[in-house]
Ligand binder design. Structure first.
Ligand code: NAD
Length: 480
């Protein structure tokens, strides 16, 4: 059994409380490791280490910082198999998904920001013949990064890489539900020679470690990805302290399919955007709107394709879906299926917990689920479910589907399927979303602004946006 320790000041150490939390394997339902149960005392130790390391790390040349980060990236690549397996055991996702998406992306996050920093320059403006202005970009100090359980190492590195590249020191908190790869990452950082105190990882519960981070007066910024309610709690504490905040929150994303789409491509991608990672991706298209002339044809083909998906042992290379991340989360998803029925929904396929055999007999599996017959404004269509459950609805006009699509409090991403460029452009303009995918889904260029509008978040990650977040500009005006 591998017990998960904090990484503070370059050391792997137990929390001061000496208490432990259980870490479950969702595909077996068994406790397979223990997590050190930290609180504000451990957070303070991490802060002291980060604060002490800041003057040296911020003055370390960007070439040197880049070199160490590239080493970390290479070590992730070298450990692809073991990290992918660890991610799968901890989260329930198929190993093949972790091996092709999560872990390679964690390596490329480190590589992308390690090389990006070498190309990051600041602006200058000449003001007639009077003066020249130039902008200094300074790191903030010790910053906090809080990440969720759905894409554990992927989102953890997505936050800490730009923070480290710009010369900040970091206190990071992975989700207590999936802490294993962050722990393995701390071992990698030690091996790569990351100086002590530059990155500190504190494990434990959100309302203890995360809350202590939000209210710590010395922590200059919080970069958070997770649920909207948690984001609100963090903002309530940190905003009055004038901390910089980047909040990447929940979604209820529309997937709009017009009759003039490329049917086969729309169908194939909709299968992924509905059920990849058991539907536990903030960008999943959980509300599918199909134009009337192709509604019945699309529905039939979609249900047929969904029925062919294999839900099974994450270790099995045939499994399309693995386990739901936790028992609580599975129960939450199932409660939304009951709600959908109460609201008049008709379950076209799925809707139930799935009981497998052998080692997976007590795992948290669920059938991929499609529900029709619901109104656009019912709770099932307005609240984030975050599981393998989608709704499907017909529409007749552009105005009608736009109203449906924009009707939720969320505005993270959206997908539009049409061969008409002008229609696609109109929708890109009108959809209330931080990301609009046209004839594709989850195609990610790491340079692009990433984030949501409305209750899906505040701020943008990605490319130079992330560097701008983790630096403070000082304008210098020099009289000519
Ligand atoms: P969550 O909000 O429960 O937890 C996220 C993190 O916040 C965890 O590390 C948790 O320990 C911590 N936390 C919990 N309470 C806290 C508090 N009071 N103060 C500070 N930190 C606290 O979210 P989750 O269930 O882990 O993840 C699922 C959610 O994340 C979904 O809503 C999903 O849409 C969202 N998400 C958003 C994006 C995005 O980029 N917008 C990406 C992935 C997931």
């Amino acid at each position: 059994m591998k017990n998960i320790l904090n990484y503070i000041n370059g050391q792997l150490i137990e929390a001061k409380s000496s208490k432990w939390l259980d870490n479950f394997n969702p595909s077996t339902g068994e406790v397979y490791s223990k997590i050190t149960d930290s609180d504000e005392t451990d957070l303070e130790l991490a802060y002291q280490a980060a604060n002490k390391a800041f003057p040296i790390w911020s003055k370390t040349s960007k070439e040197k910082r880049s070199e160490i980060m590239l080493k970390i990236s290479s070590l992730i690549d070298e450990n692809l198999d073991s990290l992918a397996l660890a991610e799968s055991v901890d989260n329930g996702k198929p190993v093949k998904l972790a091996k092709t998406v999560d872990i390679p992306r964690a390596a490329s996050n480190m590589r992308f920001f390690a090389t990006g920093i070498l190309h990051y320059s600041s602006e200058s403006q000449q003001y007639n013949d009077t003066a020249i202005n130039y902008t200094l970009r300074k790191p903030l100090g010790a910053v906090g990064c809080i990440s969720p359980w759905n894409l554990p190492l992927y989102l953890f590195t997505w936050k800490i890489a730009p923070a480290l590249a710009t010369g900040n020191t970091v206190i990071a908190k992975p989700s207590e539900i999936t802490p294993m790869t962050a722990y393995l990452f701390s071992e990698i950082c030690i091996k790569a020679g990351l100086p002590k105190g530059v990155l500190n990882i504190v494990h434990g519960l959100g309302h203890k470690v995360g809350a202590a981070m939000s209210k710590h007066p010395g922590i200059k910024a919080i970069s958070f990805t997770g649920g909207t309610t948690t984001g609100e709690t963090i903002a309530r504490t940190a905003a009055p302290m004038f901390k910089k905040l980047s909040l990447e929150l929940g979604g209820k994303n529309p997937n709009i399919i017009f009759a003039d789409c490329n049917f086969e491509k729309a169908l194939k991608t909709t299968l992924l955007s509905s059920f990849a990672n058991q539907g536990q991706i903030c960008l999943c298209g959980s509300r599918i709107f199909v134009e009337k002339p192709i509604y019945e044809k699309f529905k039939t083909a979609f249900v047929e394709a969904t029925n062919k998906l294999i839900v099974g042992d994450p270790n099995n290379s045939d499994s399309n879906l693995g386990a739901i991340v936790s028992k609580d989360h599975l129960n939450k998803i199932l409660s939304y299926v009951s709600l959908a029925k109460e609201e008049g929904g008709n379950v076209l396929t799925g809707g139930n917990q799935l009981f497998l055999n052998g080692v997976n007999a007590n795992g948290y599996f669920m059938e991929p689920t499609i529900i029709e017959g619901l109104k656009f404004n019912c709770r099932t269509n307005q609240e984030e479910i975050f599981g393998p459950v989608v709704t499907i609805m017909p529409f007749e006009t552009e105005d009608e589907v736009l109203k449906y699509a924009n009707s939720t409090v969320y505005g993270l991403s959206s997908t539009v399927w049409t061969e008409s460029t002008s229609k696609a452009q109109r929708f890109a303009q009108e959809l209330e979303a931080g990301i609009v995918w046209i004839n594709c889904w989850l195609v990610r260029d790491l340079r692009t602004p990433f984030g949501g509008v409305k209750n899906s978040g505040v701020g943008r990650e990605g490319g130079f946006n992330a560097f701008n977040f983790f630096t403070e500009p000082t304008n210098v005006c020099l009289k000519l």
